[in-house]
Write a protein that binds this ligand. Structure first.
Ligand SMILES: Cc1cc2nc3c(=O)[nH]c(=O)nc-3n(C[C@H](O)[C@H](O)[C@H](O)COP(=O)(O)O)c2cc1C
Ligand code: SF4
Ligand code: SF4
Length: 381
């Protein structure tokens, strides 16, 4: 049986799957559901210094559908607890749970960072996640220099507590790669890459913002590629461990994040939409994948893709490929003809054929509904 246990931010976890900070981790009962379903750790719903954020409007969720994916558009606010109540919540959670409980806090003054982080440590939190990246938070919304704030706050909280300190990064940065290195150098024990994006959707009939009438957080399965890109670049260079967050919906996504170098993977949207049972399914998928590949531990495949990512100069730019249409399968729908900007598709006796203009771009093969197009080596047509 493969061993799913890992070390993340100096904490020992039985699984790399962490339930991310959100309403799904807002009460002790919900945290217990995470544990019962196999989570490696939980990050509690953020405590905010800004009191108005402790009250959320209704409704606060909207599924915005795009053609083949979706956005969970939401304006869920902070934990309703005040700092004292929150510390009691952490204390009770620690009594009931055996997996690590990571407390998430979001402040905007140094005094509050010091006070809240100390409270969490005293309440028994195993680590502190610094939520400096909330899409509705003070930092993101005010346009202040987020990375300077993150470095300053990481150093400040590190000097104040003994438990691990984990800044949660925003994806809205000009250079997440250098931000991660700076946070690592500032003493972060772990990094969460990333929180969600801030966004806006518009009702074109009412000519107004949808939902609660303001900006909202947005994320979904599509967000994973951004996380993979930056984690794969950063993971070989940092001392601290990385927890991926963003777009991990199923076991396959978790494997991808580990291959990119993440030690742990946080899940949120998939738990909100599919229930806590999805954690069990992800663990099962991980075990099956590891058995199939002959891996005993997560470390056996962690970061395995990083060394295989080509730089600009190493990419094979030879035009070796051309499209070939299987006439038996072709239904003459004309999709390839519509999308080929190289005028390489022509009609031939009611069917379509590829001419010598084919540049091998591969788009027609991706879009052919009959799967009648193969990309083959030039000369093999
Ligand atoms: C409804 C909702 C509420 C969230 N609340 C918080 C929060 O309080 N603190 C925080 O750090 N992140 C919060 N997040 C961000 C998640 O923790 C997570 O980083 C993000 O959703 C990306 O992961 P996913 O694609 O698996 O959802 C929230 C996300 C959602 C969807
Ligand atoms: S897209 Fe496929 S099925 Fe449609 S015409 Fe082209 S080859 Fe035929
Ligand atoms: S591979 Fe690209 S260039 Fe060639 S026929 Fe298809 S769409 Fe046109």
């Amino acid at each position: 049986m493969p061993d799913l246990s890992i070390t993340y931010s100096k904490l020992r976890l039985r699984s790399p799957v962490i339930v991310a900070s959100a309403g799904i981790t807002g009460t002790v009962e919900r945290l217990q559901r995470c544990e019962e379903n196999g989570a490696g750790a939980v990050v509690t719903k953020s405590l905010f210094q800004k009191e108005i954020c402790r009250i959320a409007p209704t409704p606060r969720f909207k599924i915005v559908k795009h053609e083949n994916t979706f956005t969970l558009y939401s304006y869920e606010q902070a934990s309703e607890f005040n700092p004292q109540e929150y510390a009691e919540f952490i204390f009770k959670a620690k009594q009931k749970l055996s997996i690590p409980v990571i407390a998430s806090i979001n402040c905007y003054t140094d005094d509050a960072w010091l006070e809240y982080s100390k409270l969490m440590e005293q309440a028994g939190a195993d680590a502190i996640e610094l939520n400096l990246s909330c899409p509705h938070g003070v930092h993101i919304m005010s346009g202040m220099d987020v990375i300077e704030e993150m470095v300053h706050t990481t150093k400040l909280v590190k000097s104040n507590v003994k438990i691990p300190v984990i800044p949660k990064m925003t994806p809205q940065s000009t250079n997440p790669g250098s931000d991660a290195l700076r946070l690592d150098n500032a003493g972060a024990d772990g990094l969460v890459m990333f929180n969600r994006f801030t966004g806006l959707d518009i009702d074109i009939e009412k000519e107004a913002p949808i939902l609660h009438g303001g900006y909202a957080g947005h994320g979904g399965p599509w967000a994973i590629m951004y996380g993979l890109r930056w984690i794969s670049a950063v993971s070989p260079k940092v001392k601290c461990s990385i927890s991926a967050s963003g777009g991990a919906i199923n076991g396959e996504d978790v494997v991808k994040y580990i291959l990119a170098g993440a030690s742990a993977v946080q899940v949120c949207t998939t738990v909100i939409l599919n229930g806590y049972g999805v954690i069990k399914k992800i663990n099962k998928y991980l075990e099956e994948y590891m058995e199939r590949k002959g891996y005993n531990t997560i470390d056996d495949f962690k970061g395995k893709v990083c060394g295989k990512i080509l730089d600009m100069d190493s990419v094979d730019r030879t035009h070796w490929a051309v499209a070939r249409i299987d006439k038996e399968k072709c239904t003459s729908c004309g999709k390839c003809f519509t999308v080929c900007i190289y005028d390489a598709i022509e009609k031939d006796d009611g069917k379509f054929k590829v001419n010598q203009n084919c540049d091998g771009c591969g788009l027609c093969a991706e879009l052919c509904p009959a799967k009648a197009i193969l990309m083959v080596r030039r000369g093999e047509v």
